[in-house]
Design a protein around this ligand. Structure first.
Ligand code: GLC
Ligand code: CA
Length: 535
């Protein structure tokens, strides 16, 4: 365990919503730089920034129109360089979100590609005379007809996000140049967007249909032949630069798929959606996924731990809105084995936002769902419900620094959403000096993770589940720590798992002297204990 990222906790920053530094209502690099002290004090080690490149923002920056500069709304290259410098001064690493799979239709490469069938860049994208049945992951056909050249181009996401043809070596070379540019600018690695999509089936075989779920099975448009060698090439290229880190988004809950993408010659880690994206919280399911991951992964593979992101509902809201429960989730994320990724705002318990007005919706996935629902004959009210289900605006509201954060963000074209009324008291300002707050709890957990190496790199000595309680011991040559997480609403007695006297490091329900029967765990308690004997 000698790699920095194996010892790190990451924090995801959704660029438009973290901190506005110039008063135009939109997050930017000046703003993030001004909050580096906050992030350092919180105790994280690395930042993941969502795309900050110039973009028409059809999909909030995941539609890049220039890979070599900074979107003007986020600042200048000089602002970016200063930010990197200031982050590094505080020993915070920075990883950049990079979209290799597709570009914006406004990218000059695509403009050239679509200009004529004979253009030298025609083959940089995927053009066909006839579409097949593949559907976009945002809904509707994945093919868009281009009148001028009378062919269809392929887009796995919105029609403004056009897929590059990774079978063309020029595309690969162009993207390797992009990676080199940012690595030399000082980023410590990349979060690679939808990285298992780079290859599609060369015969364009139609996807099968799942009659029961009434949806297409995406069998031939991702995880295709040739993808793993391509991942290896990307990893080899990036790892030529010392100490650079790659985390891949492989959008699957299937461990057999996730497992293929990480390891020594591949991505350093991938997001474990098998753990992180449960729709409802099921303690036993969480435990089973942990065990399955432990069994599936080899020694060189390390899982990631996350429960929220810019693509999903915040875990506090998703799992029912109970802050005790959210603390248990946090305690799990920061004491279990793996690389944790905290989503901005979760550390103060921010909640989801859901709109009652379709004109306020910003997310393309929500808007496409709305259109498709109307086309299928749904009423506007029904369509809104369906749109809200799909919309990822939920978790993208401005970071609640203080109660004034409620003024609302703008993205230059329309007013950005305001924070939920109920959430107005959920602010950094309110929580920073409150010993019982969510923020204080995150800081305590992060301090423990920093202080005790076994929490970062220890193996599970055991990992158990019993009636709503997950508990485990982690140890390394220096110490042994036992973590007990009672997700149930009943006090529970756990099996004896201490080999000597223990000291309480943290509890959400008791003070150190109050009760030292550590075998009886209070309802909803998170309890972290350390063995007293020195190893
Ligand atoms: C990833 C991003 C998501 C985006 C999609 C298409 O899943 O996380 O936000 O919409 O890729 O680029
Ligand atoms: Ca701004």
């Amino acid at each position: 365990m000698d790699k920095w990222w194996q010892q790190s906790t990451f924090y995801e920053i959704y660029m438009p919503s973290f901190k506005d530094g110039n008063g135009d209502g939109m997050g930017d690099f000046k703003g993030i730089t001004s909050k580096l002290d906050y992030l350092q004090d919180l105790g994280i080690d690395g930042l993941w920034l969502t795309p900050f490149y110039p973009s028409p923002k059809v999909d909030n920056g995941y539609d890049i129109s220039d890979y070599y500069s900074i979107g003007p709304e986020y600042g200048t290259l000089a602002d970016f360089e200063l930010f990197i410098q200031e982050a590094h001064k505080r020993e915070l690493k920075v990883i950049a979100d990079l979209v290799l799979n597709h570009t914006s239709t406004e990218h000059p490469w695509f403009q050239e590609s679509k200009s004529s069938k004979n253009h030298s860049k025609r083959d940089w994208y995927i053009w066909r005379d006839q579409p097949n049945n593949w559907e976009s992951f945002f809904g509707g056909s994945a093919w868009e007809y281009d009148q001028a050249t009378e062919q269809y181009y392929y887009h796995a996401f919105a029609k403004e996000q056009v897929d590059l043809n990774w079978s063309n070596p020029e595309v690969k070379a162009a993207m390797f140049d992009v990676m080199k540019f940012w690595l030399e600018k000082g980023v410590d690695g990349f979060r690679l967007d939808v990285i298992n999509f780079l290859k599609v089936n060369g015969q364009f075989i139609n996807n099968p249909y799942d009659d029961e779920k009434q949806e297409q099975i995406h069998l031939y448009d991702k995880d295709q032949e040739g993808i793993l060698p391509m991942i290896e090439e990307i990893a080899a290229f990036v790892h030529q630069f010392p100490n650079k880190f790659l985390v891949g988004e492989v959008g699957s809950e299937d461990l057999t798929i996730l497992k293929k993408y990480s390891g020594l010659d591949k991505l350093d880690v991938v997001f474990n959606f098998n753990i992180g994206s449960m729709a409802e919280f099921e303690t036993k399911q969480l435990y089973q996924q942990l065990v399955a991951t432990e069994q599936a992964y080899d020694d060189a593979q390390i899982p990631t731990l996350f429960f929220s992101s810019h693509d999903m509902s915040r875990h506090l809201s998703r799992f029912g809105g109970d802050t005790d429960h959210a603390k248990l989730v946090a305690a799990f994320m920061l004491t279990a084995k793996g690389v944790p990724f905290i989503y901005y705002g979760d550390e103060i318990g921010m909640q989801d936002w859901v709109t009652d007005d379709i004109s306020k919706m910003k997310d393309v996935q929500g808007m496409i769902a709305y259109q498709l629902a109307l086309e299928a004959g749904k009423s506007q009210a029904e369509a809104l419900v369906m749109a809200n289900e799909k919309s990822r605006d939920k978790s993208r509201t401005p970071m609640q620094w203080n109660s004034q954060a409620n003024v609302g963000f703008s993205d230059g074209t329309s007013t950005w959403i305001t924070i939920p009324e109920a959430g107005c008291n959920v602010t950094v300002e309110n929580q920073q000096d409150d010993s019982g707050s969510m923020l204080t709890f995150y800081k305590e957990l992060l301090q423990l993770r920093k202080r005790y190496s076994c929490l970062r790199q220890g193996e599970y000595e055991f990992l158990r589940y019993d009636e709503g309680v997950i508990y485990f011991a982690r140890n390394d040559s220096t110490e042994r720590i036992v973590v007990v997480l009672n997700f149930s609403d009943q006090p529970k007695t756990i099996e004896d798992c201490f080999t000597s006297d223990v000291k309480m490091l943290l509890s959400t329900k008791r003070k150190p002297v109050e009760c030292d029967d550590y075998r009886t765990i209070f309802a909803h308690e998170a309890l972290i204990l350390k063995e007293v004997t020195n190893r």
